[in-house]
Design a protein around this ligand. Structure first.
Ligand code: RUB
Length: 313
C-alpha cells in the first residue's frame, strides 16, 4: 500500500491538488504525515524519513519554489533542533517539528489575508478584470474587493488543456462575482475593454520574471498592447532563490494525453504547463508585504525568507 506521502505526491502530480499555495500547504502537512508515520527510533532516522518525503513531494511538481522554500524551511528547523537534542529524544523532536509545520501553514494563511488587503485596494468599483487558470490568491483578492461592495466584471480564461479556469469561474460565481468563462483565444477581445489583468504565480525569478500557467505570457503581451495593467498576485515565498545563481526555472512538460487522448498518427504533441513572462510586462507583484515592482521583488522576498531558507544557508 502506498504511504500517505506517496499518495499525496500522486495527488499533486495528477492536479487533484493544484495551484502553488495549495500544493505548498498540503506538502507541509504531508511532511507531518512522514513524521508521524516514521518508525525511526532516533532523530537521525526521523530526519532521513523527512528528507525522503521532501524529495518525493518536491519532485511531484518541479516548477514550485513555494513548495521547496517551505519544505526547506522545515528541514532547516529540524536540523537546528536536532543539534540541540539528544539523538534518542525522538518524541520531543517529532513534536517540535510537527508544531513548526503547523505554524508555517498558519503563517501562509495570515500572509494571504495581508496580500488580499493590498490587492483589493488596487481594485476600483466598476473594473473589468481578466484572469487565467485558477489561482487561489487571485480569487481571494477579487472576492475581497467584491465583499467591499465593488461591482466587478471578470473574464476567466478557461485554460486548456486542464480547464482550471472553470474552477475560477465557479468559485467567483459562488461568491456572487459577475464572471464569464471564456475560451483562451478570446482574451484579446476582452482586453480591449479591460482595466486590469490579475494572474497567480508559480515562480518568480531573481530578475523579476514570472513563471505561471502557460498562456500567461501571451496575456501579458496583449495587456501591454492594449495598455492594460498587469499584476501577479504572489506571496514572496514564490520567489526562487536559486535563480540568483543562474539556475533557470524548469518548465514542467506534462503528458500528451492531456491535450489529445487519441491523437492522429505522426502528430507530435507538446504540453508545457507553464511559461515565463518577462519582468518588463509586469506592473507589479501583489504580495503580503505590499505591491512590489519586479525590480525589487528579489530583495523583498529574500528579506522575508532569509530566516531559515536552506538555499541561503
Ligand atoms: C496553477 C497556476 C496558478 C499558480 C498560482 O497551475 O498556474 O496561477 O499556481 O496559484 P496548475 P495560487 O493548475 O497547473 O497547478 O495562487 O493558488 O498559488
Amino acid at each position: 500500500m502506498p504511504s500517505r506521502v506517496e499518495k499525496l505526491a500522486r495527488d499533486i502530480k495528477a492536479l487533484r491538488i493544484q495551484g502553488a499555495r495549495n500544493i505548498a500547504k498540503s506538502a507541509v502537512l504531508g511532511l507531518n504525515y512522514a513524521i508521524s508515520d516514521s518508525k525511526a527510533k532516533n532523530i537521525d532516522g526521523l530526519k532521513a524519513d523527512m528528507i525522503k518525503a521532501v524529495f518525493a513531494l518536491s519532485a511531484a511538481r518541479p516548477t514550485e519554489p513555494m513548495l521547496r522554500n517551505y519544505l526547506g524551511k522545515s528541514i532547516a528547523f529540524a536540523g537546528a533542533e536536532a543539534s540541540s537534542l539528544r539523538i534518542g529524544d525522538v518524541a520531543k523532536f517529532r513534536r517540535l517539528v510537527s508544531e513548526k509545520n503547523l505554524q508555517m501553514v498558519k503563517e501562509m494563511d495570515e500572509d494571504l489575508e495581508k496580500l488580499k488587503r493590498h490587492g483589493s485596494a488596487l481594485i476600483s468599483d466598476g473594473m473589468t478584470i481578466v484572469t487565467h487558470c485558477h489561482s487561489s490568491t487571485v480569487t481571494g483578492v477579487i472576492i475581497s474587493a467584491h465583499k467591499q461592495g465593488k461591482k466587478l466584471e471578470v473574464f476567466a480564461c478557461e485554460t486548456r488543456p486542464r480547464f482550471q479556469g472553470r474552477i475560477t469561474a465557479a468559485e467567483l460565481a459562488k461568491a456572487g462575482v459577475n464572471v464569464t468563462l471564456s475560451v483562451d483565444m478570446a482574451a484579446d477581445r476582452h482586453l480591449k475593454k479591460a482595466d486590469l489583468v490579475l494572474v497567480g504565480a508559480d515562480a518568480i525569478t531573481a530578475t523579476g520574471d514570472l513563471i505561471n500557467k502557460v498562456g500567461t505570457s501571451g496575456l501579458a503581451h496583449l495587456a501591454h498592447l492594449h495598455d492594460v495593467s498587469f499584476f501577479s498576485c504572489a506571496e514572496t515565498y514564490k520567489y526562487d532563490p536559486l535563480t540568483r545563481y543562474g539556475v533557470r526555472e524548469k518548465i514542467e512538460e506534462r503528458g500528451p494525453e492531456e491535450v489529445w487522448d487519441a491523437p492522429a498518427r505522426r502528430v507530435k504533441i507538446t504540453n508545457p504547463a507553464f511559461d515565463a513572462t518577462a519582468a518588463r510586462y509586469i506592473d507589479g507583484y501583489i504580495t503580503e508585504v505590499g505591491i512590489v515592482p519586479p525590480s525589487a521583488i528579489a530583495e523583498a522576498a529574500m528579506k522575508k525568507i532569509r530566516g531559515g531558507n536552506y538555499a541561503e544557508q
